[in-house]
Write a protein that binds this ligand. Structure first.
Ligand code: FES
Ligand code: FES
Length: 162
């Protein structure tokens, strides 16, 4: 007997329903729903490419069961901003060359956003620690850390201007 079950995930502010077995990961469910901005890397929790925000905190979706994510707010990279209206992190990654092949970028930005929501003015050491679960084969990380610092300053200034 099939144990597949319909579940509703709240992704980027919208409800989306899918039918999945109990063992289906959130990564598989999201990509099956077309959220290919959530990248599939190691599927073992090692690379951070699949990170999403769950209730505002970064989590690796490859180690999260889809069923356990029902009733929670899931945010992917595309939920933060768009080409027309980029999030400050997306803008700074682009401006500073912190994205090269781009495969790690969604997870990096999600991890950085999670950090900045809890600490708007982190030290470089805190940024390095927050992104330590995200692997990049291209950039050497320095530009990524600079991009996070730049975006944090932009976000703080925008907050002060309100
Ligand atoms: S794909 Fe999830 S941590 Fe690598
Ligand atoms: S930009 Fe290629 S893996 Fe990070």
């Amino acid at each position: 007997m099939s144990r597949d079950k319909a579940i509703t995930l709240h992704v980027n502010g919208r409800p989306e329903t899918t039918v999945v077995p109990p063992h289906r990961t959130l990564l598989e469910a999201l990509r099956g729903l077309g959220h290919v901005d959530v990248k599939c890397g190691c599927e073992k929790g090692d690379c951070g490419a699949c990170a999403v925000l769950i209730d505002g905190k970064a989590a690796v979706s490859c180690l999260t069961l889809a069923h356990s994510a029902t009733g929670r707010e899931i945010t992917t990279l595309q939920g933060l901003g768009s080409t027309e209206s980029p999030h400050p992190l997306q803008q700074s990654f682009s401006d500073l060359g912190a994205a090269q092949c781009g495969f790690c970028t969604p997870g990096m930005i999600i991890a950085a956003e999670s950090l900045l929501r809890s600490d708007p003015d982190p030290t470089e050491e805190q940024i390095r620690h927050a992104l330590s679960g995200n692997l990049c084969r291209c950039t050497g990380y320095v530009k990524i850390f600079e991009a996070v610092q730049t975006a944090a300053a932009v976000m703080r200034n925008a907050g002060e201007a309100k």
